[in-house]
Every structure is written in structure tokens, then in C-alpha cells.
Design a protein around this ligand. Structure first.
Ligand code: SF4
Length: 278
């Protein structure tokens, strides 16, 4: 761990009691990315950065880098970590945890994640081929408090990424199909790697140039999950939904609510329900 980061006291004394409830927080420890596949075409991080004259393709460490290990210096909770125990960190929603331009900072990030084993960490990548070479030395067959999810926006990406992803030493696996750009057949992967995928989340694309998501594709994935007891979540409809041969424009404010209203979710020990969306 880099000496600049204030650590949780580790002198062997018992941790002070923490009456605060757990929270869910976004932890964008680096920001910026480069496009790797069709799902990136309308990346909301690019859209937002370009709108304010920023440079989304330069990956830079953020001021929130040390968030998990920040310790409160004043207030009634002085001496406790800023983020309470039991909390969930949603990591890298404005970059990719395994982006090569973040290689210089990742070891330090793993150190913080290891140190906060009292919390859960959730990260999503489109670069599973980089994971094996960039795990911490004591990773073993995975850490219980870390979920690494992979995104497969279409069948081609599922066929490219899942065989790599499903061979990785991960304790908790989840597949995200968002933005869903085509039908995706997961059944062969479920059958080839029984029990390996804990949960699947699907969602359409939002934004002004959103590509369509066909409700029939969503139902197909759900059927495959239901048949094998895999948790399923319909995260959002996207802005352009095809259903029964008709196209629907769904306002941004309703995309999550409409998906929930469809009542398709299958509960399970998988993806958290409150994954941040754009
Ligand atoms: S990997 Fe994610 S953050 Fe990076 S360009 Fe693609 S959609 Fe954007």
C-alpha cells in the first residue's frame, strides 16, 4: 500500500464499534476509457465528458481513489472509516477496472479492496482477457467479497468473452447484457459451466441515439436463466423497445421503472438490485 493513503488503524486493537448502517457507494477510482466493442459506441461516459469539453479517452486517477480506506478525523465517528462496514462499493462506472492505462494503480486498488474485506466490491469489465494477468498475488481462487462481472452486449461478444471469463478464478461471477444489441444465447455456457454464472442482468440502451432492444431477446435470456435456477434481472428497458412488432420510445425517467414493472426478475444470490445506471 502506498504510504500516502491513510490506513485503517491496524495495531491489533479491536475496531471501534460502528453504529452506522451500511451504504451503497460508487467508487470511480479512475476515470476515462477507450472503446473496445459495439456496446461502447454510445458510452455515456464519453457522451458526458465530450459535452463538457473533457477528454474521455485519457484514463486518470480520481480524487476518490482512496475512498475505501479514508478515515474520519472529526465528527462523532472519528477514527472510523468514512464508508461503514458492510457497505457495497460499485467500482469503475466511468472506466474499466482492467483498462491497461490503469495498470500502474491497480495493485494499490487491490490492496484497498483486500483491506476492506468487511465490505463488498462489484466491478464490471469488457476486458476479461486482461483479468488473469492483473489479479493480486494472494487472489487464490477468488475473494469472497469481490464480484467481477463481464459485459456481453451481443452474441459475438458472448462467444468471445465468456469462454475466457468462465475459466478465471472468480468466487462470484455475473453476466451483464447491456446495452442488449442482439439475441444472446447463454444456454450453451450454462450447460458447459454448470453453476459458474450466479446471475444475469439485461437492459436496453439509453441516450439520444439508442439502438433497439427487442423484448423477445430479454424473454429468451430469462427463460434460459429460469430453467437453470440462475438469478435474473431486467435492469432497464432502454430508450427504444421493440415488443410484439411495435417500437416504443421510453423516456429516460421511466426506463428502470418499466423494466421493474414487467415483473421478470428472478431472485438469487447474484447481482445486487441497485446497480448504478446512467
Ligand atoms: S468499456 Fe465501458 S467505459 Fe469503456 S468505453 Fe466501453 S462502455 Fe465506455
Amino acid at each position: 500500500m502506498n504510504g500516502q493513503i491513510p490506513l485503517i488503524p491496524g495495531d491489533g486493537s479491536p475496531a471501534p464499534a460502528d453504529p452506522r448502517p451500511p451504504v451503497s457507494v460508487s467508487w470511480n477510482l479512475w476515470h476515462g476509457c477507450t472503446r473496445v466493442s459495439p456496446g461502447c459506441a454510445h458510452c455515456y461516459m464519453f457522451r458526458r465528458d465530450e459535452a463538457i469539453g473533457g477528454d474521455p479517452a485519457t484514463v486518470r486517477r480520481t480524487r476518490a481513489f482512496d475512498l475505501p480506506v479514508r478515515v474520519l478525523r472529526s465528527s462523532a465517528y472519528a477514527g472510523l472509516t468514512k464508508i461503514p462496514r458492510g457497505s457495497v462499493f460499485y467500482t469503475c462506472f466511468s472506466s474499466d477496472f482492467f483498462h491497461r492505462d490503469a495498470d500502474q494503480w491497480r495493485a494499490e486498488a487491490w490492496d484497498m479492496i483486500r483491506e476492506r474485506a468487511d465490505c463488498s466490491f462489484f466491478m464490471i469489465t469488457k476486458r476479461p482477457e486482461r483479468i488473469a494477468e492483473h489479479l493480486p498475488p494472494d487472489w487464490g481462487d477468488g475473494w469472497d467479497h469481490v464480484t467481477v462481472a463481464v459485459t456481453c452486449e451481443n452474441q459475438a461478444m458472448a462467444e468471445k468473452r465468456l469462454p475466457v471469463y468462465l475459466h478465471l478464478p472468480l468466487k462470484r461471477r455475473a453476466v451483464m447484457i447491456e446495452p442488449m444489441l442482439s439475441a444472446v444465447s447463454l444456454a450453451p455456457f450454462f450447460d458447459a459451466y454448470p453453476g459458474a454464472i450466479a446471475s444475469v442482468s439485461v437492459g436496453g440502451e439509453s441516450g439520444p441515439d439508442a439502438r433497439p432492444c427487442d423484448f423477445a431477446w430479454v424473454l429468451d435470456v430469462r427463460r434460459a436463466c429460469a430453467a437453470r435456477g440462475v438469478a435474473f434481472s431486467y435492469h432497464q428497458t432502454g430508450a427504444l423497445l421493440y415488443k410484439d412488432g411495435r417500437a416504443y420510445r421510453v423516456p429516460r425517467a421511466l426506463q428502470h421503472a418499466q423494466a421493474r414493472k414487467a415483473g421478470l426478475d428472478i431472485a438469487g444470490d447474484g447481482l445486487p438490485a441497485d446497480i448504478p445506471g446512467e
